[in-house]
Design a protein around this ligand. Structure first.
Ligand code: FAD
Length: 449
């Protein structure tokens, strides 16, 4: 790599410097560790210098955006350098072309809310504090994805910094294999991204949002009704269903419909007549207010007060009684107040793209599912990790694949679980852009020559 004299540029915080204690805090305390240094890049050159510096000094490196990584050593690394893009938050909207060019440090909430105020929409998930840097690399879905696809489906181009510190552009005519891999191939692997260009869509003036709560004891009845209804309902309707642990007691569905309240009430009849909801809120609001209704503002970067262990998957068939009883057992046994099961309906625009069109593979399932256990006390960690793993294995016969943005380092064959038959092509793209596997983490794509 030449001489050892690259200097770190940007906002640099070494262990012991002021700001280090804040910098080490991620959304999930379970992933926190003690890096040697954080570089809060102000531009692509700072990212480039930090990559060169890491290689000259033989220090492990990671890139971080919104700090929401859900498993260990993905966007942080003990004793290493964390190249954090979160100071880079500029957005430029070209209304005529329907294109937004955004620096990768912005968080999903401020981005989509800002676009909505300008009359445009882009997909968003269930939390405003997630970083666009990471969520884009793995897919990125939410309640409007059945209408306009995944976040990565709307990615038209990017600027990234490669493992030699070169600033590259990727779009449909230049480095198109890198663009293909960046649309679902996972974070921190192909390049450290500094800018994304997204297609954005004209937003309707209004949409209809809903929140329904049921007594926790009814969750099995409601889940059965939800799974028979949500994947097949009008694709203008996105709906998640979440059941938290028995100690928490919340069982609710939320979502958005691009249509009127009376039409939504008609469409929702099978869900509304399941069990006896204790609260039903359905409102037609201006589109920007719909996002606030679903994702109220939270302090950024966001932090859970509990450590959490997640695992994720999809269902291509409706769940029979066995997995429902596995879910019940988990929810009764787990003691964390943030623990639970989460489902969202698939289909529509997500499923219309062929599975090799981008690196994101899992396009045909009926619904997505994830579960997580949570704890405060370190002494409860081992039992919660074991409970998640046991539940994952019990569910395995009924599900397919796993979502790279909700990763689980217990999954050994993570390549086929995350990317199915796209894995081998991803490995070849990796070999072309990072043959020495400089950008690696526990579940990054290894090069194939
Ligand atoms: C509370 C919560 C809610 C969530 N809700 C949803 C949801 O509704 N829908 C959904 O699809 N997902 C959701 N997720 C999962 C989310 O997509 C992932 O956690 C995502 O990886 C977070 O990205 P980040 O930038 O915030 O995290 P980080 O910890 O900063 O990074 C996560 C991964 O992305 C990589 N990465 C980050 N920035 C860059 C960059 N600039 N270039 C290259 N790689 C980068 C990192 O190296 C790391 O591998 C949620 C997660 C949480 C914690």
């Amino acid at each position: 790599m030449g001489s050892n004299n690259t200097r770190l540029t940007g906002r640099v915080i070494f262990k012991g410097d002021p700001g280090y204690k804040e910098a080490i805090k991620n959304w999930n305390p379970y992933v926190d560790t003690f890096p040697l240094v954080f570089v809060f890049a102000q531009n692509a050159c700072d990212v480039s210098n930090a990559i060169k510096w890491a290689r000259e000094n033989d220090v492990p490196l990671r890139v971080r955006g919104g700090r929401h990584a859900l498993d260990k050593n993905l966007s942080v690394v003990k004793g290493g350098i964390v190249i954090d893009v979160s100071d880079m938050q500029k957005v430029h909207l070209d209304k005529k072309k329907g294109i937004a060019t955004v620096q990768t440090g912005i968080h999903v909430g401020p981005l989509v809310k800002g676009l909505a105020r300008e009359g445009f929409m882009a997909p968003f998930g269930d939390s405003p504090t997630v970083g666009i840097g990471g969520i884009t690399t793995g897919g990125g879905f939410g309640v409007i994805s059945r209408s306009i696809g995944l976040i990565s489906d709307n990615l038209l181009a990017l600027e990234t910094v490669d493992a030699k510190g070169r600033i590259l552009k990727a779009n449909s005519t230049c480095n198109e294999d890198l663009l293909w891999a960046s649309r679902g191939g996972g974070g921190g692997t192909f390049g450290y991204n500094t800018e994304y260009t997204f297609k954005v869509h004209r937003a309707p003036e209004t949409a209809t949002v809903f929140k329904i709560i049921w007594p926790w004891e009814q969750f099995e009845t409601v889940f059965r009704a939800w799974q028979q209804w949500a994947p097949f309902v009008d694709e203008r309707l996105g709906c998640f269903f979440e059941v938290l642990s028995r100690v928490n007691g919340l069982c609710h569905a939320e979502g958005l419909f691009f249509g009127s309240k009376p039409e939504l009430i008609r469409l929702m009849e099978p869900l509304l007549s399941a069990g006896t909801p204790s609260s039903v809120v359905i409102e037609t609001l201006f589109y920007p207010d719909c996002i606030d209704f679903l994702d109220p503002d939270e302090p950024i970067p966001g932090r859970s007060d509990q450590s959490t262990k997640f695992t994720s998957t999809w269902a291509t068939n409706l769940w029979p009684e066995k997995p429902i009883s596995v879910m019940k057992q988990f929810l009764e046994e787990t003691t964390g107040t943030e623990a639970g099961f989460f489902f969202i309906n698939w289909g529509g625009a997500i499923s219309r793209l062929p599975k090799d069109k981008t690196a994101f593979f899992w396009r045909k399932p009926l619904f997505y599912s994830e579960l997580n256990a949570s704890w405060v006390d370190k002494s409860e960690e081992a039992s919660n990790l074991a409970l998640v793993e046991r539940t994952r294995l019990l569910l395995k016969p009924y599900v397919v694949g796993s979502y790279v943005n909700v990763p689980d380092e217990n999954i050994e064959n993570f390549g086929s679980a995350y990317w199915g038959t796209n894995f081998e092509r991803l490995r070849r793209v990796k070999a072309k852009y990072d043959p020495e596997n400089v950008f690696n983490h526990p579940q990054s794509v290894p090069p194939l020559f």
